[in-house]
Design a protein around this ligand. Structure first.
Ligand code: ZN
Length: 189
């Protein structure tokens, strides 16, 4: 999302603090769109997708202080400050239980256990998200590397990175911090 839109969403999120911090952003993905409607704590951004379709995304925007109240120190450092847990330290690295991995910050269903595999990397690895729209990928040039950062599409939580060395059918490896996830064993599929 362009910076000016993030700024707008953040401003609206702060303005909505007294009620709740949920900001609804409806957008069509394209490069030529713009803000078409703004009312109360709702923001509609028009963009077109490559397929020409319309995508509806609810954004959750909170201040760092609000996130700190909801998350542990370690969760905040990884999810909101783009940290990385130590390899082989996360609670889901060797997890084999069935269920749906949700966003630790906002609860959005991100990955299914049937797409999890043992990559040997030391972090939970998946070959695809639960749905194409639940994660966003951002070019990350920090630490002298060029990587593709994976974030939650709803709350922008840092999840991990995606690499082109995964198994079939996608050939992708979503390398995700356990601290960014919460396994819901009651949800399957
Ligand atoms: Zn989230």
């Amino acid at each position: 999302m362009p910076d000016f839109l993030l700024g707008l969403a953040n401003a609206l999120g702060r303005r909505a603090d007294c009620a709740n911090s949920r900001v609804l952003i409806l957008f069509r993905r394209c490069n030529t769109g713009g803000v078409s409607h703004s009312k109360h704590n709702r923001l509609i951004i028009r963009r077109c997708s490559a397929q020409g379709g319309e995508v509806f995304v609810e954004k959750i925007v909170k201040s760092d202080q609000q996130w700190q109240e909801l998350l542990s120190k370690e969760e905040f450092q990884v999810c909101r400050q783009k940290g990385t847990e130590r390899a082989f330290s996360g609670e889901y690295n060797g997890e084999k239980a069935e269920g749906v991995y949700t966003c630790r910050c906002c609860g959005l269903a991100l990955f299914r256990s049937d797409t999890k595999y043992d990559s040997g990397s030391g972090w939970p690895s998946f070959y695809q998200p639960a749905d194409g729209e639940v994660v966003a990928v951002i070019r990350d040039v920090s630490h002298g590397m060029v990587r593709e950062e994976v974030v939650c599409a709803r709350c922008d939580a840092h999840l991990g990175h995606v690499f082109p060395d995964g198994p079939a059918p996608t050939g992708l490896r979503y390398c995700i911090n356990s601290l960014s996830l919460k396994l819901d064993k009651d949800k399957v599929g």
